[in-house]
Design a binder for this molecule. Structure first.
Ligand code: ATP
Ligand code: MG
Length: 431
C-alpha cells in the first residue's frame, strides 16, 4: 500500500447537513469542463465571468493544495506574509507599470484618489523589505504569500483557469550575487516539480523554457498537457524538456541541445512559473546592500508564482471521466465517501457506527446519510464528487459480511470488514 498524504486534518461531515447540492444539469453559461464539474458538484459558485466563490467542498480542496504549497515553500526557507490588496499608485508609477500593465484594475475613491488592486506584489514586497535590510549579512531573503489577485482578463471563459479574481502563491527571493540566485532558482525548479507531483499532475507537467522578458534569457513555466490548454508547447519526450511556442527558434533549440524533429506539439496549461527578475524591481526602489567592503550594490531578485485556483481547475480538467471528478488522494475533499443505502434500520445503525468510529480515528469521511435519496442518485453523486474511496453499507453488503469498498478509479468493489476498512484508510504519517 502506498503512503497517503493527509496534509492538515479536516472535520468529517454528514451529507444531510451540507448546504450545497449536486446538480444534474450543466450550467448554461460555462464552456469549460472544470467549471461545469465543479459547479455541478457544488464545489464553487459562479458570481460573474472569471469570478467564483469557494463552497465547503471546494474550499477543502483549496486548503489541501494550499497546505502542500505552504509546506514546500517553508522547506526552502520562505517566510509567509499577507500583503495588502490595495496598492499605492506611487509605487506603480515608480516601476512604470501604472501605465504599462494593461490588465491592472485601478480603483478610485469619491475624492478621486486612485489605488491599484494587486495583480502581483513586486511593488509592495520590495518597499517592505527595504525597511529591514541593508547589509549583505541580511541576505538571502525569501518571502511568500497566498492571496487573492485581480486582473482585467478579457478572455475569462476557462472557468478556474483564468479568473479576474484568483488566488495565487507568489514568492519573491532576494540575493546578493548571481551565484546565490542561481542556486536558489534551481532549487525552486525541483520544489515546483515536487508540488505538481504531490497534487497529482506530475506525470503531465513539464518544465518549459519561455521568454525571460527584458533582462533574463529564459523564464521557466510549468505546463500541464491537456487539449484544454491555451498555451502551445514543444516537448522533447526523451529529456522531458519543453519549449513554449513563443520562444521556439533554432537558436533556443540548439542552446538546449535539442533537435527540432524530436519536438512534439502539445496544448498545455501554465500552472506555475519562475522568473529571474535581476534588478528590474529592486532598482526603482533602490533596494540595495553594502558588501564586506561597505560598497553599495543593487539586490538581485527572483519571483515564483502558482495559481491555486488554476491548479485546482487543471486537476479537474486532466483527472476526470464522463461521470465526474477523480481527485488525487492528496487533495481530495474527503478520504472516503460512506454511503448508506435503503431505509433498513440495521443499515442505518451500522453506517452510523462506522461513521463515528472512522471520525474518531481522524479519517476524513463524508457520510451520505440522506434519507429518501435513491441508491442510483447516491452513486452518481459519489462519482461526480470524486472522493477516492466509496464505502457502501446496504442490506446486501451486510449479508455479504461487511462494507463494499471501491476506489473511484475501479469498476468493481470488494467486501471488507470495518477493521479492514480502517487499515486501508488510516492516516499514515506525512512523508
Ligand atoms: P498567463 O500567461 O496564463 O496569463 P501570467 O504569465 O500572466 O499567466 P503570472 O503573472 O506569472 O502569470 O502569474 C503566476 C501564476 O498565476 C501563473 O503561472 C498561473 O498559474 C496563475 N495565474 C495567472 N493569471 C491567472 C488568472 N487570470 N487566473 C488564474 N490563475 C492565474
Ligand atoms: Mg496573464
Amino acid at each position: 500500500m502506498t503512503k497517503r498524504l493527509f496534509s492538515g486534518k479536516m472535520s468529517p461531515m454528514r451529507q444531510s447537513k451540507l448546504f450545497t447540492r449536486t446538480r444534474k444539469e450543466s450550467p448554461t453559461d460555462e464552456v469549460s469542463q472544470n467549471a461545469e464539474l465543479l459547479i455541478r458538484g457544488g464545489f464553487i459558485h459562479k458570481e460573474m465571468a472569471g469570478v467564483y466563490s469557494y463552497l465547503p467542498l471546494g474550499l477543502r480542496v483549496l486548503k489541501k493544495i494550499e497546505n502542500i504549497i505552504r509546506e514546500e515553500m517553508d522547506k526552502v526557507g520562505g517566510q509567509e506574509v499577507l500583503m495588502s490588496t490595495f496598492q499605492p499608485k506611487d509605487n506603480w508609477e515608480k516601476t512604470g507599470r501604472w501605465e504599462a500593465m494593461t490588465d491592472l484594475y485601478k480603483v478610485a475613491d469619491s475624492a478621486g484618489r486612485e489605488v491599484a488592486l494587486g495583480p502581483t506584489h513586486e511593488e509592495i514586497v520590495v518597499p517592505i523589505l527595504k525597511n529591514y535590510v541593508s547589509s549583505h549579512k541580511d541576505f538571502p531573503v525569501c518571502i511568500y504569500q497566498i492571496q487573492n489577485k485581480f486582473r482585467m482578463e478579457l478572455r475569462a471563459k476557462s472557468g478556474m483557469l483564468r479568473g479576474r479574481e484568483f488566488i495565487m502563491k507568489d514568492m519573491y527571493s532576494f540575493h546578493t550575487s548571481a551565484e546565490d540566485f542561481e542556486k536558489f532558482y534551481s532549487q525552486m525548479q525541483d520544489t515546483y516539480k515536487t508540488i505538481f507531483s504531490r497534487v497529482g499532475i506530475g506525470h503531465l507537467t513539464y518544465m518549459t523554457f519561455a521568454s525571460g522578458g527584458t533582462f533574463a534569457k529564459y523564464s521557466h513555466e510549468f505546463q500541464t498537457i491537456t487539449p484544454m490548454g491555451e498555451d502551445v508547447i514543444y516537448l522533447d519526450e526523451n529529456t522531458g524538456i519543453a519549449i513554449n511556442k513563443e520562444v521556439l527558434d533554432s537558436e533556443v533549440i540548439n542552446s538546449l541541445g535539442l533537435k527540432r524533429e524530436n519536438l512534439v506539439e502539445h496544448k498545455a496549461i501554465e500552472v506555475g512559473n519562475i522568473f529571474d527578475l535581476k534588478t528590474k524591481y529592486s532598482k526603482p526602489f533602490d533596494l540595495s546592500f553594502a558588501d564586506e567592503k561597505g560598497e553599495k550594490h543593487t539586490v538581485l531578485m527572483g519571483c515564483y508564482g502558482i495559481g491555486l485556483g488554476r491548479l485546482l481547475g487543471t486537476v479537474v480538467e486532466v483527472l476526470s471521466d464522463d461521470k465526474g471528478i477523480i481527485w488525487p488522494e492528496s487533495i481530495a475533499p474527503f478520504a472516503v465517501h460512506l454511503l448508506a443505502l435503503g431505509e433498513d434500520e440495521m443499515v442505518s445503525m451500522e453506517a452510523n457506527k462506522i461513521y463515528e468510529n472512522l471520525s474518531k480515528m481522524g479519517i476524513e469521511i463524508l457520510f451520505d446519510d440522506r434519507s429518501s435519496i435513491s441508491a442510483g442518485e447516491k452513486f452518481s453523486d459519489a462519482d461526480l464528487l470524486g472522493i477516492p474511496f466509496r464505502a457502501v453499507v446496504s442490506a446486501r453488503s451486510l449479508k455479504d459480511g461487511g462494507i463494499e469498498l471501491k476506489k473511484r478509479t475501479e469498476e468493481k468493489g470488494k467486501i471488507v470488514s470495518e477493521n479492514e476498512l480502517l487499515k486501508i484508510l488510516k492516516p499514515s504519517k506525512k512523508i
